[in-house]
Design a protein around this ligand. Sequence first.
Ligand SMILES: *[C@@H]1O[C@H](CO)[C@@H](O)[C@H](O)[C@H]1NC(C)=O
Ligand SMILES: *[C@@H]1O[C@H](CO)[C@@H](O)[C@H](O)[C@H]1NC(C)=O
Ligand SMILES: *[C@@H]1O[C@H](CO)[C@@H](O)[C@H](O)[C@H]1NC(C)=O
Ligand SMILES: *[C@@H]1O[C@H](CO)[C@@H](O)[C@H](O)[C@H]1NC(C)=O
Length: 335
Amino acid sequence: MICRISAMSSSSGVCLLLLLLAILYFAEQVTCSRLVVEDEDIGVCQQLTSNGSYVPTNGIPDSDADNILVALNLEYLECEFFLYAVTGEGLDSVEPSLAGGGPSPIGPERANLDALTGDIIYQFALQEIGHLRAIKQTIPDMFPRVQLDLRKEVFSSSMEAALGTQLQEPFNPYNDSLSFLLASYLIPYVGLTGYVGAIPNLQSERSKRLVAGLLAVESGQDAVVRTLLYQRKDDEVPALSMKVSEVTNKLSELRNKLGGKGNVDEGLEVSSCLGAEGKVTGNSLAGDNNSVGYARTPAEIFRIVYGSGNESVPGGFYPQGCKGRFAESFLAPNH
Ligand SMILES: *[C@@H]1O[C@H](CO)[C@@H](O)[C@H](O)[C@H]1NC(C)=O
Ligand SMILES: *[C@@H]1O[C@H](CO)[C@@H](O)[C@H](O)[C@H]1NC(C)=O
Ligand SMILES: *[C@@H]1O[C@H](CO)[C@@H](O)[C@H](O)[C@H]1NC(C)=O
Ligand SMILES: *[C@@H]1O[C@H](CO)[C@@H](O)[C@H](O)[C@H]1NC(C)=O
């Protein structure tokens, strides 16, 4: 309209000028509205009140701290594995105070993740930083980061042990999203069963509150990983020539074997006797015959994460073993 009028006055210069002004005007509007949204965001965050948050309080009983610190070993592992996978950097760059000067992990890599997987794994990484902070604020003298071995070879030997074969090309968790999710399938679930196992042994209300809160988010991570894999359960994993669900079943079988307490780990497709109410073979979440989460003891956790099936024989992700009173009580004095 404006242009037709100015065209009638046969001055295309005026037309262009008007167009430019219009563009500037709208650009201004957009900038303003974005600023308003930012202001609103800040306002929303300032106004949020909640007393549903965990309020760290130190001074919990030593035995509670011992139980919680079993899980700290796993939180360091998850945090570094997820952080490096997305950013190519770890706690030493992002939040060094939480690493406490512990040795840097061996061999973590940035993973070749699609946008959705990368987005979710970055959220997990940040969640793990929060978990470490919550534990540190509760147990200020917690041990520093333990030595972690996140080389692809460690994941590959775990995969080979699960499949019972030697792979022609080693399994590489960092190669693609599916491989990374299969590697992650190993991780939050083990932490989750440890938290379920720890809660009955805790004395103080504060410790129970913390562990319940950590368990909630850890189970959520496990559920997200399982759901992403469940959507692809019938796909073939190219490098393994096996369906996704079969790979998860094999990984769960291996963990059951290493843990040594029978069936507390279940893949994505099970015999219906293990499915919810004995009625389904789809197994998006693992649970007992009342669909209540399974528990593991500290010794069972160490047997699995060491890959040795023996809480006295370190290895796997923890070449020097885990730390804390429980872990160290199983290790030989100068192992
Ligand atoms: C918890 O929230 C309620 C309602 O918002 C408030 O009245 C109460 O004082 C809060 N309690 C604590 C301990 O912050
Ligand atoms: C790596 O990913 C590609 C697809 O992105 C796949 O073709 C190849 O088999 C994968 N290799 C390994 C070792 O997983
Ligand atoms: C559930 O499993 C437990 C332990 O294996 C067994 O004792 C119990 O009878 C089972 N309950 C049902 C309802 O199947
Ligand atoms: C675990 O390893 C220790 C130390 O090597 C050994 O003494 C013990 O017999 C092993 N336990 C089992 C059940 O193999």
